[in-house]
Write a protein that binds this ligand. Structure first.
Ligand code: CTP
Ligand code: MG
Length: 395
């Protein structure tokens, strides 16, 4: 049987060194709260089946707002120190009997699926594994007056990150023992595991997996990320569905009562279909029919949110973000105006982007052509995305 793997995402701190009123895990980076990428990372990882957030009791509303729409268990309340917060997370997971647990700081939003893969491979082999980077600068020890005492051999030194991975019960027991013995200040789980006498193995960390600590870290991370996403592209999409029997149409993810329905294999949402093609076009990644063949019965009656989410995931997989989605709907009826804002909100929610990045417009075709004759509805869409330039691409 495959091992059961849990992940604890730690967000119980106050982020005092990052300045401002908002704890750092809820500050915005790349248009979303810092905590989100870590949660999404573990939710998406195929081997991780439990994701347990640990938060500060004062942040319950912030957490709910930041994570609306994610399929997560109720957050566990953290404690006074990082170690206490981890223990709270481990105790919440105990009844679910995971074999292994990954402990990750939500203040590290750049961890990747590949890093989690390495953590899992290493923990399965050794029982306790931590991501490590070699030290490249020369390291010296100084006294209280900043006078150099000695130079330390850096070849055996490592900088340690998260996610750290452990056999679940050993880590839980070690945490319980430490708390019983009045020890609450281990700054990472490996330090506690070392104290408890486990052997801990290092595996290759990731230099991009930085911990956001100071305001400067946020500025650096934002500009580094924006600089990487300098490949800006626009795609176009178009879709038509014919009217048939029915009492409603679905446009932009919104159900609108109408005296006819739209014929189609899925829910016939021309707006979302045109947007999916626009996104795939921007990625040069085929079209909606290539990814969701109409011949495949699993897409019959499918809600088109899934197609749009799929296209958004393809953008994210290229290290990208969606800057803008726009559509023009062409029909004589139903009237779109009264539904425009609901559609924009729904599209923004599905795509995980802000409302001011979604345009919805409509026009009649002045009685001309198939839309003018009321035979169907057409939609045009554009998508503007920012993706990472592939190394080796021609400039
Ligand atoms: N953490 C936690 N519970 C605590 C303290 C810290 O869950 N009582 C979490 C933080 O939310 C963070 C991680 O542990 O994800 C690493 O801690 P750190 O970077 O020090 O974050 P903060 O303690 O929030 O920041 P600061 O030390 O600047 O106040
Ligand atoms: Mg701290």
């Amino acid at each position: 049987m495959a091992a059961k793997i849990a992940a604890i995402v730690l967000a119980g701190g106050r982020g005092t060194r990052s300045g401002g009123d908002l704890p750092k895990q809820y500050k915005e980076l790349q248009g979303e709260p810092v905590i989100l990428p870590s949660l999404r990372l573990f939710l998406e990882h195929p081997q991780v089946s439990l994701v347990q957030p640990v938060i500060h009791p004062d942040d319950q509303d912030r957490f709910a707002k930041a994570t609306s729409g994610l399929d997560l268990p109720a957050p566990v309340m953290g404690g006074a120190t990082r170690q206490d917060s981890v223990r709270a997370g481990l105790q919440a997971l105990e009844p679910l009997e995971p074999d292994f647990v990954l402990v990750h700081d939500s203040a590290r939003p750049f961890a990747t699926l590949a890093l989690v893969d390495r953590a899992l491979a290493a923990v399965k082999a050794s029982g306790a594994a931590i991501p490590a980077l070699p030290v490249t600068d020369t390291v010296k020890e100084v006294d209280a007056q900043e006078r150099v005492r000695r130079t330390i051999d850096r070849t055996t030194l490592r900088l340690i990150q998260t996610p750290q991975a452990f056999a679940f019960l050993s880590l839980l027991n070690a945490h319980r023992r430490a708390a019983q013995e009045g020890k609450h200040d281990f700054t990472d789980d490996a330090a506690l595991a070392e104290w408890a006498g486990f052997s801990v193995t290092a595996f290759a960390g990731d230099a991009d997996n930085v911990k956001l600590t100071t305001p400067e870290d946020f500025v650096k991370a934002a500009s580094a990320h924006a600089a990487l996403q300098d490949d800006i592209r626009t795609g176009i999409g178009f879709d038509v569905h014919a009217f048939g029997e029915g009492d409603h149409v679905v446009l932009g993810g919104i159900r609108i009562a109408h005296d006819r329905g739209l014929k189609g294999h899925s829910d016939a949402d021309v707006v979302l279909h045109a947007m999916v093609d626009a996104l795939l076009g921007a990625l040069c990644d085929g079209d909606i029919g290539a990814h969701f063949p109409p011949s495949d019965p699993q897409w019959r009656g499918a809600s088109s949110d899934r197609f749009l989410q799929f296209a958004i995931e393809r953008v994210k997989a290229r290290g990208g973000t969606v800057a803008h989605l726009d559509t023009t709907i062409v029909c004589e009826a139903p009237k779109i105006g009264p539904h425009r804002d609901a559609m924009r909100k729904r599209i923004a929610d599905i795509a995980g982007i802000s409302l001011d990045r979604v345009g919805v417009k409509a026009t009649t075709s002045e009685g001309l052509g198939f839309t003018g004759r009321g035979e169907g509805i057409a939609a045009y869409a554009t998508a503007t995305i920012r993706i990472r330039r592939n190394v080796g691409d021609a400039e």
